[in-house]
Design a protein around this ligand. Structure first.
Ligand SMILES: NC(=O)c1ccc[n+]([C@@H]2O[C@H](COP(=O)([O-])OP(=O)(O)OC[C@H]3O[C@@H](n4cnc5c(N)ncnc54)[C@H](O)[C@@H]3O)[C@@H](O)[C@H]2O)c1
Length: 259
């Protein structure tokens, strides 16, 4: 948008985006990028502020007029329905989830509850509010591990842990809303690479999740930073910002226990 603010809509912003889980690892970067790139869009960050959340990562945009933070739980249907009624949301980017694979074996019911029930609550509210688009952030883990076969969204789902199972279930619920109500949706399977440090292995560990990249490349996406440079910058950033999270020290343990 290059700083040119197009005409405002009747409510002051051209669009209103709801980003769930915006105080988490991935969505906090998405929010910073959206707030900077779209000054005419209101970006509403809804986050419960669970143990893995950090509002410190959002300080660079926290005072901007097109950013708003709401603390709340996606599983609280009254709160979610009220939010949609009040905020006139146009687009939902749904990142909020319980994400820690090891913890998912200890708390599989909680993972199923937040990741599937919470997604249901959001979908119902989004449908009633006639939102334009619902973007569900899934995971490449829904396909299980493979050392040779590349996956795309038509591949069979073979999750190997309760986290991935709950994400796969939620993905199917999003697709069923499309079948029934034709809610425009996008399912995104983000792929991340991990820096290896030598700790005890997880009780169950998938070696890798190879994803086909043709579709992403056909949209024009290319990495701007080479992997080695990116991982080095990432480590430097975490070294400088280690205490942005309340329970940072615990993350050095190979198996996190819930705070
Ligand atoms: N990190 C990865 O490697 C990866 C890879 C593929 C897909 N994903 C998906 O991307 C999304 C974001 O992942 P992340 O790594 O940033 O996760 P994260 O754990 O860092 O962040 C999740 C955020 O969701 C919030 N949250 C949890 N329960 C909530 C609830 N009931 N109501 C409101 N907010 C709640 C937390 O407070 C946190 O801020 C998830 O849906 C995850 O499944 C992540």
């Amino acid at each position: 948008m290059n700083g040119d603010i197009p005409p405002e809509g009747p409510l002051g912003f051209r669009k209103k985006l709801l980003v769930t889980g915006g105080a988490g690892f991935i969505a906090s970067h998405m929010i910073i990028s959206l707030v900077n790139s779209y000054p005419d869009y209101l970006i509403v960050n809804l986050d419960k502020l669970d143990y893995c959340a950090s509002l410190k990562n959002l300080e660079v945009i926290s005072n901007r007029p097109n950013y708003k933070f709401l603390q709340g739980d996606i599983c609280d249907s009254d709160f979610i329905n009220m939010l949609f009624a009040r905020e006139n949301i146009d687009i939902v980017l749904h990142f909020a989830a319980q994400t820690h694979v090891d913890l998912s074996f200890l708390h599989s019911l909680k993972f199923a509850y937040v990741n599937t029930y919470g997604t249901n609550i959001l979908l119902h509210a989004a449908r009633l509010a006639s939102v334009e688009k619902f973007v569900y952030i899934s995971t490449d883990e829904v396909y299980g591990a493979s050392s040779y076969e590349e996956f795309d969204e038509t591949s069979p789902k073979r999750p190997t842990n309760p986290y991935a199972s709950s994400k796969a279930a939620a993905e199917n619920i999003v697709l069923s809303f499309w079948e029934r109500y034709k809610i425009k949706h996008t399912v995104s399977e983000s792929e991340t690479e991990n820096w290896l440090v030598y700790v005890n292995d997880r009780p169950v560990n998938d070696l890798q999740y190879p994803m086909k990249l043709e579709k992403m490349h056909s949209l024009g996406w290319r990495p701007k930073v080479p992997w080695k440079e990116g991982i080095q910058k990432t480590i430097e950033w975490y070294n400088s910002n280690f205490h942005n999270w309340q329970s940072s020290e615990q993350t050095l343990e190979p198996f996190l226990h819930e705070a």
